[in-house]
Design a protein around this ligand. Structure first.
Ligand code: HEC
Length: 166
């Protein structure tokens, strides 16, 4: 008898625990749902494609929190960036036209330098957590931006190259 009571109380503890886990998950996805709703509300012109949308406040999610570009473009850094871009990015990006991914020309007129850096360095988190990157993924039919495991310096060089693309 005592054993049965013990068994039942352990069982109900287990059930309570697993229910708690479930609740946590549900409220998490609800939060996500809300987040998505809010983004939609904040962006009434949802007819504007993610690749053409201008958002100069969003810094994205990743290692780069703050980056101010100097007024002058550094030509040596541009060459370095172009070289890395040609090796690591042209499988999916063309400078001026849509390919597997969007063209980087003029990207800094649409996004913050931090966002672009984080998209290069941390794409797998960006496409899950960043509202703009999420929409971009949808626009490109679920083809994800690839993490090419670049260092921050390499990404910064590519960014300098992007500044020269018009
Ligand atoms: C395997 C294909 C692939 C490779 C390789 C790739 N990308 Fe992408 N990239 C994409 C796709 C697809 C998107 C858009 C959809 C998404 O974000 O998931 C994208 C999006 C981007 C964006 C956002 C552009 C915008 O207009 O908002 C940037 C910046 C970017 N890539 C830079 C790079 C750089 C730099 C490299 C090389 C280091 C690179 N990508 C390599 C596929 C790729």
């Amino acid at each position: 008898m005592k054993l049965t009571i013990k068994f039942i109380s352990i069982l109900s503890l287990l059930i309570a625990f697993s229910c708690g886990e479930k609740e946590k998950k549900e409220s998490y996805s609800l939060e996500n749902g809300n987040a998505v709703e809010e983004t939609k509300k904040a962006e009434p012109v949802s007819s504007v494609k993610a690749s053409e949308r201008i958002d100069l406040t969003n810094k994205g999610v990743g290692p780069v929190k703050s980056l101010t570009l100097p007024a002058e473009i550094d030509p040596a850094l541009v060459l370095q960036g172009q070289d890395i871009y040609n090796k690591m990015c042209t499988a999916c990006h063309k400078p001026n036209e849509k390919f597997i991914g969007p063209p980087p020309a003029g990207v800094l007129e649409r996004r913050t330098p931090e966002w672009v850096m984080n998209m290069i360095l941390n794409p797998e988190v960006m496409i899950v957590q960043d509202p703009l990157a999420k929409d971009l993924l949808m626009e490109f039919n679920g083809a994800p931006m690839a993490n090419q495991n670049l260092t921050e310096d390499q990404a910064r060089a590519i960014l300098e190259y992007f500044r020269t693309l018009k």
